[in-house]
Design a protein around this ligand. Structure first.
Ligand SMILES: [Zn+2]
Length: 273
């Protein structure tokens, strides 16, 4: 259960001084944009409601969040049920949420892809570990091509439990240089090779949620800050500690304060004007 108390605990008591450092680090006037959050229910028992998400955003001063389903136990084969939950959240709070839909590439996805695009979803989320696929599976490569064709941004889980990221993904990025791609969790298991491989592909962004501090530091040290976007991965991460992590890593890596508005907001916001 999400309560106001949870949010308070992350910004007071032992966390108070950390949170006030975060607040002073966020440049004045920056409307923080969270590029990775979930609404719905997961097979592991995690849940997040639209209202719980909004409460957290308000408490942490976050203005907008990209939201998409979890690994939902009630997902019909095509994910349409969980996608509808995200759409309802967006309809209720259109200024707070940027809705992405989720698909299972192993199943016939054309109908749900078409339905969600028609409806107005603004991006697609794919999770290679939860849905058990490789990034160079022909069904997935075809899906990337479909997204590229209609200029639909794609966020892929590129974090915990991933084995191969750069090598299977690079041919797709090279074939579709216009494809707007968000690497969820910054390709943390291959962060340095990903930074090198995708350096010349400005439509690939590195999203920072729940990445170990050493990997965030390496990311901030090895790629232009205009390629980094902040994320929380709510309900697995929380806004105060993920904001602290990216701001601390950026400072340690010597990222100039002038680049922080980009990391916290503008680098991803420009995709969703
Ligand atoms: Zn996530």
């Amino acid at each position: 259960m999400e309560t106001a108390h949870d949010i308070e605990a992350l910004t007071s008591g032992a966390m108070a001084s950390i949170w006030s450092w975060v607040e002073t680090k966020i440049p004045a006037g920056v409307e923080v944009f969270d590029a990775h959050a979930h609404i719905g229910v997961d097979i592991d028992g995690r849940t997040m409601t639209a209202d719980g998400m909004r409460d957290r955003m308000e408490a942490a001063g976050v203005k907008k969040s990209i939201v998409f389903p979890l690994n939902d136990p009630n997902a019909r084969d095509d994910y349409s049920g969980p996608n509808d939950v995200v759409w309802s959240a967006y309809e209720e709070h259109p200024s707070s949420f940027v809705p992405f839909f989720r698909l299972n590439p192993h199943l016939g996805y054309d109908k749900e892809f078409g339905r969600c695009v028609e409806r107005g979803f603004m991006g697609l989320k794919l999770h290679p570990v939860s849905q058990k696929f490789e990034l160079d599976d022909p069904k997935v490569v075809r899906l990337f091509g479909m997204a590229a064709e209609i200029d639909l941004p794609v966020l892929i889980h590129a974090g915990f439990a991933m084995q191969r990221i750069v090598e299977p993904l690079l041919p797709t990025v090279e074939a579709h240089p216009g494809l707007r791609l968000i690497l969820g969790h910054s390709a943390m298991v291959e962060v340095l090779s990903a930074a090198r491989a995708f350096e010349g592909h400005p439509n690939v962004l590195f999203e920072t949620s729940v990445v170990q501090l050493k990997d965030l530091y390496e990311l901030c040290s090895s790629i232009d800050p205009s390629r980094i976007c902040y994320g929380s991965d709510i309900p697995y991460g929380d806004l105060p500690s993920t904001l602290h992590a990216i701001l601390a890593a950026a400072e340690a890596a010597g990222v100039p304060d002038g680049a922080l508005p980009g990391i916290l907001s503008e680098n991803i916001r420009r995709w969703f004007p």
